[in-house]
Design a protein around this ligand. Sequence first.
Ligand SMILES: [Zn+2]
Length: 108
Amino acid sequence: MLVCGACGDNWMKVVKSVELGPTAADDEYALQILSCVRCDARAIGRYTESRRGALGSESVHHFGYPVDRGAASALLQMLNGGDHEAIRAAFAPHMDEAQRFRVVYRDG
Ligand SMILES: [Zn+2]
């Protein structure tokens, strides 16, 4: 499970994840819809992974951006639609850097 950016408990799950990479900067690039089982918060997930540094170095970034339920369900439909350009365009305005939280995995 993931730690929820809203309630801080480890009840956030990935509802849907679509791989859009590789990009110019990242080997893996995925956009996701996250949902908290406990407090019902919704967020966009942005996962990037780069293996282009020095040998053995790996850079993984996973951030969440809170969105309201209406936006989350509209974006989920975009993910299900599978049009990568449309997905990027729809998600971009919702990814507010000031609101983001680091997505942390926790067992259990
Ligand atoms: Zn929560």
